[in-house]
Design a protein around this ligand. Structure first.
Ligand code: PMT
Length: 405
């Protein structure tokens, strides 16, 4: 497997040497890209000698290679052929450029062009690290699926004490091995994901809805795509842009979602029901806008339970994962839903907690199966999506039988 190490211009640039050696010990083919500033701290020759490959230092080739037309698209070739891009150290400037999509040198251009997973190990002065601009840039990148290996705390090169020291080689190595392992582990799977909140019309201008933004479902779609799956995203209305490469089936009502899900069920190997589905619809939908005149009673009838129907119709080998949004006694209600609906697992959200769940970029969940309850602490929905998919894939492996106590 091929790993590209990007080195940007910080005092910790010399530590990238140790990182390159660590990757080589894992039998990875390492290529190095350096920014102009990085070359002020360490010579490209050091990396070229270690890796046996030319170190890429510029978008422009000097010398006779310039005539080679292939060199003009080297960043695209390198970007496409690498299995992971890791930048260590990543300076505040580099982080900002990645976040804003600037492409003014080889490394930043390659970042935009690569479909491979990206790991950033920032290192900088503590005030630069703590600055809201840097933190906002990092959050943006995390939301886009970039894995951040946070710096450590301690004495910094500038003499100050605090966070900013490049993470230990082992921590960066673990993160890279982790993303490499994830790559393509869903190849051959067709993942059917539902997202957002369905809406049931009361009259032509009003509807019954819920607080789901679709962020959790869209994060799952992106994570599954990145891991090589074919993704069908059945999406209730959201303000989100679907990840490039998935097939989107837009729906509004529960009945439309049901038709879309059951229609695509035969081809799906994994079904993840992250949508918040309206449990009731008005018995009568007024043809004209209802006029305000005193108290109003709307009679509701239950909608179809799509998840339960999917479980009933499932064929062998299909994994069915539901979500549950609870506001009290989450574990009890979650377990009840798991057994009642017959899914393989339920991802349980305690939506009474501040700052997570509905419409937040972050979440914390419990992955419930009949045998286990795995707690995932608060993290970005994108990172959580990967953790959930890992648990889903582990259901494919033979399970240890746990004897009842
Ligand atoms: O979209 P976000 O803002 O990112 O928020 C994420 C989320 C909180 C919406 C999501 O993570 C979540 O918890 N989704 C499920 C919410 C929900 O409706 O839970 P529920 O307990 O009502 O339903 C349980 C399961 O049955 C769900 O998988 C649901 O899709 C499914 N269901 C429910 C009712 C119904 N009529 N048909 C169904 O298929």
């Amino acid at each position: 497997m091929k790993v590209t190490v990007g080195v940007s211009g910080g005092i910790a640039a010399y530590k990238a040497v140790e990182l390159v050696r660590a990757f080589q010990r894992q039998a990875l083919d390492v290529h190095v890209v350096m920014t102009e500033a990085a070359q002020r701290f360490i010579q490209p020759l050091t990396f070229a000698s270690l890796t046996g490959h030319r170190v890429i230092t510029s978008l422009w080739n000097d010398g006779p290679e310039e005539e080679n037309p292939a060199s003009a698209i080297e960043h695209i070739d390198t970007a496409i052929s690498t299995d992971a891009l890791v930048v260590a150290p990543a300076t505040a400037n580099l982080v900002a450029k990645f976040a804003q999509g600037l492409a003014d040198d080889f490394l930043t251009t390659m970042y935009l062009a690569t479909p491979a997973p990206v790991v950033l190990a920032p290192a900088m002065n503590v005030n630069m690290w703590n600055h809201p601009a840097t933190q906002a840039n990092l959050r943006l990148l995390e939301d886009r699926g970039v894995r951040i290996v946070p710096p450590e705390s301690g004495q910094l090169a500038c003499g100050m004490v605090g966070s900013g020291r490049l993470a230990e080689t082992d921590a960066i190595l673990r993160a890279v091995l982790d993303v490499l392992h994830r790559r393509n582990d869903l190849a051959g799977e067709t993942v059917l994901i539902t997202a957002g909140g369905t809406r049931e019309s009361i009259d032509p201008v009003r509807f019954l809805g819920n607080r789901s933004s679709g962020k959790m479902g869209y994060a799952l779609a992106e994570a599954a795509l990145r891991r090589g799956a074919k993704v069908v995203l059945v999406s209730a209305p959201t303000a989100l842009r679907p990840p490039l490469g998935c097939e989107v089936v837009p729906v509004t009502t529960t009945e439309e979602m049901r038709t879309a899900v059951l229609g695509r069920l035969p081809e799906a190997t994994i079904i993840v029901k992250a949508a918040a589905v309206a449990d009731y619809r008005p018995v009568v939908q007024a043809e004209q806008k209802l006029k305000r005149s005193g108290p109003l009673t709307i009679e509701l009838q239950p909608t179809e339970d799509i998840l339960a129907e999917v479980v009933q119709r499932r064929r062998e080998g299909q994994l069915v994962i539901g979500f549950a949004a609870e506001t009290e006694n989450a574990l009890v209600h979650g377990r009840d839903k798991l057994l009642r609906k017959g899914a393989d697992a339920i991802v349980l959200n305690d939506v009474s907690r501040e700052g997570i769940g509905f419409d937040s970029d972050r979440n914390a969940v419990t992955f419930l199966t009949r045998q286990t309850a795995i707690e995932f602490p608060e993290m970005t929905k994108r990172e959580l999506a990967d953790r959930i998919l890992e648990e889903v894939m582990s259901l494919r492996r033979p399970q240890k039988v746990v004897a009842e106590q």
